[in-house]
Design a protein around this ligand. Structure first.
Ligand code: HEM
Length: 75
């Protein structure tokens, strides 16, 4: 899979996983008890780990852009 195709997949997953963690976290905060704690304590941290992994993959796939825009040497 080339970089652009990989990013297309990773970005959709990032969006979905971000929605999942934000909704589960905010629901637990705003409506305690709505999600059973046994479900939350399994699903929320696993989604968090997936989010962190996807962010790292996203940054690696965009590393050339990061280098060009943030890490270039000043003349
Ligand atoms: C928008 C992002 C997030 C929101 C709004 C959010 C919100 C929350 C809230 C409100 C709790 C406490 C729930 C309760 O005890 O009633 C919680 C617990 C927790 N969160 Fe998040 N969180 C977010 C992202 C993350 C991420 C990225 C991770 C990374 C792994 C993470 C890991 C955890 C863990 C390990 C707990 C403790 C779970 C337990 O009680 O066993 N959260 N979060």
């Amino acid at each position: 899979m080339n970089r652009v195709k990989a990013l297309r997949v990773v970005n959709v997953l990032l969006f979905l996983v971000f929605l999942g963690i934000a909704i589960s976290g905010l629901t637990a905060f705003l409506f305690p008890g709505l999600i059973p704690y046994s479900t939350f304590r399994l699903a929320h941290p696993l989604t968090g780990i997936a989010l962190i992994a996807l962010v790292i993959v996203h940054l690696v796939l965009n590393f050339n852009w990061i280098k060009a825009n943030y890490l270039k040497k000043k003349k």
